[in-house]
Ligand binder design. Structure first.
Ligand SMILES: [Zn+2]
Length: 308
């Protein structure tokens, strides 16, 4: 029997649960987002491309006494197998506040099965939204089961959140599909834990009018799913989503908000400013500090500060 000892709050003390069902019950990512929903705040889910971003997320969480999620794209698995994933899982285990590790936008059955088998993920976004509806439902059902059997919770996207993000397929050319309450219900029936509705939110830049969000639709979706699943927000770049709009989304039930672009931009900015001027170790430290600062003010906006 495996015994895990750790000083962090996230590790398993005593015998680790062995069955998928027992692991699901003990799932830390689920617990973190459930607590946010109950407490009417949201968890920052920070997209990390390297070890510095993982460190920045954990350091921000510890500094702000906030729970957090580390998110990795399938790109990290394709690029470096499980290396960054396992580093992220270790960082989460050792943290003094609740941290989970989640896969964002996994868009092929192969990468989902491979990722689930690697161990280290608490959650995986099963994003089959680029398939037609029938295949989307069929594949999602199959993959949700596969993840759950390994103690991993799942997130799905009924409808389609358009636009592109680094590391995921560009859906810009595809027709925008807003989520309906009926669709949301079909996905809830698959046994998912988190639902990412499309209600006018897009990845990357919005048009000149900014986000045109359909809040009545979001309200209908929330009413339909009730508290059976948690709603999660994609496409909330800080250029368009400040404190006020984020809090409005939280008041409509959003309990997890993905943060991607601004963190990566902070890393790149420091790289540009310091390259050739200071030792590389200094650049890495400053990049980490800059990303930590971005995560920290998002924690304030999302009201997760002090909730660990
Ligand atoms: Zn997304």
């Amino acid at each position: 029997m495996t015994m895990t000892t750790t000083n962090g709050v996230n590790g398993t003390h005593g015998p680790a649960p062995t069955s998928g069902a027992a692991k699901l019950k003990a799932n830390r990512a689920k617990a973190i987002v459930d607590a946010a929903y109950a407490g009417k705040y949201a968890i920052p889910a920070v997209c990390c491309y390297n070890l510095e971003a993982v460190l920045a997320t954990v350091r921000a969480a510890e500094a702000k006494r906030s729970p957090a999620l580390i998110q990795l794209f399938p790109w990290s698995i394709e690029f470096a197998d499980g290396l960054l994933l396992h580093a992220a899982a270790e960082a989460a285990d050792k943290a003094t506040v609740p941290i989970g590790v989640h896969m964002d936008h996994a868009q092929s059955p192969e990468v989902i099965r491979r990722s689930a088998d690697l161990g280290g993920y608490d959650g995986i976004m099963v994003d089959m939204s680029h398939y037609d509806k029938k295949d989307n439902m069929r594949l999602s059902r199959e993959l949700v089961e596969y993840c759950n059997a390994r103690g991993i919770i799942t997130e799905c996207e009924p409808g389609r959140i358009n636009g592109s993000e680094d590391g995921i397929a560009d859906t810009e050319g595809m027709e925008e599909i807003l989520t309906t309450p009926e669709q949301a219900e079909e996905f809830v029936a698959l046994g998912i834990d988190w639902l990412a509705p499309a209600f006018g939110n897009v990845h990357g830049p919005y048009g000149p009018k900014g986000p045109l969000l359909d809040f009545p639709r979001l309200e209908r979706i929330h009413k339909q799913v009730g508290d059976r699943v948690r709603l999660v927000l994609h496409g909330a770049h800080e250029d368009y989503f400040g404190e006020d709009l984020l809090r409005k989304c939280i008041s409509y039930g959003m309990a997890k908000v993905n943060i991607n672009g601004p963190v990566a931009a902070a890393w790149l900015k420091v790289q540009g400013e310091l390259t050739g001027k200071v030792p590389i170790t200094k650049i890495i430290e400053e990049q980490t500090n800059a990303m930590q600062a971005v995560v920290e003010y998002h924690m304030d906006w999302l009201m997760s500060t002090g909730k660990a």
